[in-house]
Design a protein. Structure first.
Length: 395
């Protein structure tokens, strides 16, 4: 039996490489001799820059930037060279991710992407030809306005005074956007963004309503944020002539996708499509007898472009069974059966606190992977005995 492991990270807990290592240990506990390939998979969120840079033999550059709640933090971006071009890799989660927002300050009305813009400027200072940005695991919902401010855009109130964008609620005070001072080097580089293609900025399925509660917003704050982003979309259309309300990916990372299109001239891509250009997984998946994937929470959102569903889609093209190991099983998890995941199992053995679950996650992932393989072995044994009996009866 050949096993291919293609996990994503467990948000705010373990990155994809850490999850992969725990699953690999679980397989070895079951059978040291099993043939196995391990491919930590990234979706634009935590671990995106480090994984790409490691694969490409590049380097990480560390620097102090503005964090999501306005304090200075140490972040980084990566650079690698390939085919005579230099590419910078920026991971928004490393500068404006939910993990960087203290739990008692989780309010997307008051978190900023300014640091993302600072990293883009630093990458431009390095003279890169391309910039690859991963959008995922965000703790912000300012529509990328903070990022645009760092790039030189000016947000003005009705008196023409500058409005500081420290969070999504500040967009309500803006009456016009001046783009004349945007960094002109943006026109000299290509910027590609790996994002959730199904996230849109506005409307009933807009980012405020779908993801605002996950970032700590109350129902009242969700409505305020939704109104702010609707207003912001109107201002963007007036400033650059682009309607971003329902563009695919415009709602990625709290609307950062919209800001990157409007102010940085970026091209948004379904995250799995562009990541596959850097991590070749299709050939490896096609050679498996069974594929294991993983995600922190398996629920109704997983089929909408998340790694387990995308892995399952590839596996199903080759009629290969897929098992998902997950931290929690959420609402609508059964929809994943229709997305190609044949079975899923939670790592949590009994009711526990979040703090303990985070601490025990590596150990529980390892044990759950081993347990699932033992269940598969039972099924294989039953099938073999049935075939043997049929063979004997035929004789």
């Amino acid at each position: 039996m050949k096993i291919v492991i293609v996990p994503s990270g467990f948000k705010e807990c373990l990155d994809a490489e850490e999850v992969a290592l725990a699953m690999e240990r679980g397989v070895r506990r079951f059978d040291e001799s099993v043939e196995m390939e391990v491919i930590p998979m990234i979706d634009g969120g935590e671990g995106f820059a480090k994984t790409i840079v490691n694969l490409k033999g590049g380097e990480l550059i560390f620097m102090k930037v503005t964090g999501p709640v306005g304090e200075k933090i140490e972040s980084y971006f990566g650079i690698f060279a390939e085919n005579g071009k230099r590419t910078a890799v920026i991971e928004m989660a490393a500068v404006a991710g939910l993990k960087l927002v203290p739990r008692d300050q989780r309010n997307p009305l008051k978190t900023t992407t300014f640091g993302v813009g600072e990293l883009i400027v630093a990458a431009l200072d390095c003279g890169v030809d391309n910039i690859l940005i991963g959008c995922g695991d965000s703790g912000t919902s300012d529509g990328g306005a903070g990022m645009a401010s760092a790039l030189g855009a000016r947000f003005l109130d009705k008196a023409g005074r500058l409005v500081s964008i420290n969070g999504g609620e500040d967009l309500l005070h803006v009456q016009s956007i001046d783009t004349t001072n945007l960094d002109n080097r943006l026109q000299e580089v290509s910027i590609d963004v790996a994002c959730n293609w199904k996230n849109i900025l506005c409307g009933e399925k807009g980012v405020a309503r779908v993801f605002g509660p996950q970032k700590g917003a109350t129902p009242e704050q969700v409505e305020k944020l939704s109104s702010a982003l609707e207003h912001y979309a109107v201002l963007i259309e007036e400033a650059v002539g682009l309607d971003v309300r329902c563009l695919p990916g415009s709602g990625a990372s709290g609307g950062l996708g919209a800001g990157l299109i409007a102010f940085a001239g970026a091209t948004l891509h379904p995250r799995f499509d562009i990541i596959k250009q850097y991590i070749n997984i299709e050939e490896r998946i096609s050679s498996a007898d069974v594929v294991f994937t993983a995600e922190g929470s398996l629920d109704f959102q997983t089929p909408n472009g998340k790694i387990p569903a995308e892995v399952a889609r590839i596996a199903k093209e080759h009629s290969i069974p897929v098992v998902a190991i997950t931290g929690t099983i959420g609402k609508g998890a059964e929809l994943n059966y229709h997305a190609g995941i044949d079975a899923y199992s939670s790592i949590i053995p009994k009711p526990t606190s979040l703090e303990k679950a985070i601490k025990k996650a590596p150990q529980w992932i390892e044990k759950t992977t081993e347990s699932v393989l033992r269940q598969i072995a039972i099924g294989l044994g039953i099938a073999e005995r049935k075939l043997l009996k049929e063979s004997v009866l035929q004789k």
